[in-house]
Design a protein around this ligand. Sequence first.
Ligand code: PAF
Length: 277
Amino acid sequence: MHVVSTVAELRQRLDKQKSVAFVPTMGNLHAGHLHLVELAKQQAKCVVVSIFVNPLQFGANEDLANYPRTLEEDCEKLKLAGVDVVFTPTVETMYPTEQTILVEPPAIANDLCGASRPGHFRGVATVVLKLFNMVRPNVAVFGKKDFQQLFIIREMVKQLNLPIEIVAGETMREPDGLAMSSRNGYLLPGQRVEAQRLHRALQQVVDAIQGGNSDFPALESQTTQYLTQLGWVVDYIAIRSSHTLLPANAEDARLVVLGAARQGRTRLIDNIEFDLH
Ligand code: PAF
């Protein structure tokens, strides 16, 4: 496995590769990331993983400075997983000059997570496009846990005619159902016990809808109230068409229920995609 941090080294390593599968990450890797690596290995002979904590996607009051950086452990895991190249650019490599050209994502980027994180998806789309141009993969793998991110990246690839196939990996969960996330490490012991309730609450919404309840706004506000009473600070609970991410209606065949809520200072997100009919 080669660990490279400049674009020149990266290009040198990838020059003769016929097919490359790429997994972009911000590091602090867990089983969820390794699952994406496994999917990448099924897609191409050469697997590249990037580790870059992207300042452009963090808001002023977010956890950029404290975001867990565990490069050595990450590289050990990636080596064991059979990754070929790890790309660990510095901020100066990614942004040698002020990034004044930005990818403007579609309006849905200002909804759901984007409503409380203005500019977040602009930062994600911009860094992902830059990484795509550096790595030039045939396939790129993203997790479904970040459902809105996946949606926006698919849209970017489609609308900008990028010659890259996007593959989506299922959300990996802890035994109690909590979606794996680098941010789970911030949870205090009591919060960690409570954290699994977000997934359970979303599952209850799915069960209610599949059981015939089609009052989506009521289900959203009841679930918000339920979590709020238990001490969560809820950003949103939303029932959406999984095809458009717009508010769902009873005609949509495939839905997704998404949630974002805080346990203390830790913001957790999760979602469940399901068929209505
Ligand atoms: O999902 C992430 O870890 C990040 O948003 C990504 C896609 C690596 C871009 O920085």
